[in-house]
Design a protein around this ligand. Sequence first.
Ligand code: GLU
Length: 554
Amino acid sequence: MADYRDLANLIFPNITETIEDLEKKYPKRNLPEGAKVIRFAPSPTGFLHTGSLFVSLVDCYLAHQSNGIFYIRLEDTDTKREITGSGEALVEQLKTFDIIPDEGYISEEAELGNYGPYKQSDRSHIYNICIKHLIEMGRAYPCFCSAEELAELRKEQEARREIPGYYGKYAKYRDYPIEQAIQKIKEGTPYIIRFKSMGDHNHKVFFHDEIKGDLELTENDQDIVICKSDGLPTYHFAHLVDDHFMRTTHITRGEEWLPSLPIHLELFDTIGFERPKYAHLPVVMKMDNGVRRKLSKRKDEEAAVSYFLEQGYPKYGFIEYLLTIANSNYEAWRNENLDKDYTDFQLSFDKMALDGALFDIAKVANISKERMAYRKAEDLKNEVKEWAKKYDKNFYNHIVQNEDYFVSILNIEREKEKPRKDYAKYSDIYPIISFFYDDVYEQIDLKQLEWNPEISKSEIKQVLEDYVENIELNLSEEEWFNSIKELAVRHGFADNIKVWKKDKTAYKGHVGDISEFLRLSLSGKKNSPNLYYVLQILGKDKVINRIKKVIETL
Ligand code: GLU
């Protein structure tokens, strides 16, 4: 009489190692009490999703703040969805946010650590040892059902309003005689391998989730596929083996996995591995016409991290935003610790949102604006330069042409107690400041400047001519403003808006109009950074040249 061992040997004739061998090869880690070993386990399906960045950030912080290990495992067993090269791109993008693994998959050529391989497609041997073990135990078996048969079964179950799936009496090959199974395999009948569940969907399974607390879930009774026809394992089985032998202490993953938790618990218990702790993180959602839904790859540009990188949201703005959706006490902590780095914040499971975190792009912008305002000009210059090099060549060329000049532009009303909050992202900067560069200024159609229609062009011309003749830039801000007031008065303009408002007929305009003439002449725009600094940075020669050109058009 053939037994399970014969079946296992027929399916895996070359597997001679056992689970005990693996236990020895991947020993328990020697880490301090309380250290968490957490992995980020992306599938290389094309790009880094904002929700995945969120998960990886939480993974990395929790592991490091507990003096533990953060590692990356590439889950590439779904070959149909794989996009070549995207695993490496993911690691690179994470690096931009300082999410750097201590261990794991680094690139197609490189990995770090003693618990590998860290790419699932390189781990078949390890999975097969475990599957063989389950077959020997009588808890896994080959299933010879064709796709058509399964579709038929599903239809029948639907018609009878029964729970769909491959379980109990519907699991055709679950109690198939071993001899016959051996016979079919020898004949070359295609098969997959299923787990033999002993669960009952009328029973409950109790579990404590690190975020959601105590849970009561319906027991699994499905004989799920553990090894597909391509020889690769399914996620359910692969994560069991990997998290056990990589000695993960906490499985942090999106809450979309919660419904499969009973399967995973049964797998852990059956094979005899200690259950890890699980923490199901809120899924990043979006409000769409009053309805909450998951951020979608297809519909939402903000679903791709690359969108934020291209737009030039600073990493500290984006990360701080993600921390606000990760832990409810982050903002209060930030307000009390303005001088600290966000990495000093202690992330915790118990402050995690319980259901879908709502993604709010306006808030990403607000936080970024707030934080960017407090950057030192020199630091901001380096960040912007790096960004522009990749995403805006024109801007980059201007920056490197004279870096000190660019720093002085960035430093307008910065590095003071209440800095100006003009920029939410690097791409906001160039449109506001490009007029400082002569070649950009020369592109402006000076004839089209939007002068105040209440004031005649000849008046404007006279004011500008006077300014150029008597120009003096070696002044403090206050002295300079007084000089503008004097200029206003010389030409019949009020030196104060309030005074002008009281009796508009007595004046041609007010001192603000004078500033506007200068601003328009120098920048081509009605809004610009603080005019005093614009003048200081451009310097006397450029100021005179530009205003003279404008005068010619009036
Ligand atoms: N590869 C799975 C995913 O991308 C990972 C889930 C997990 O972290 O366990 O959804």
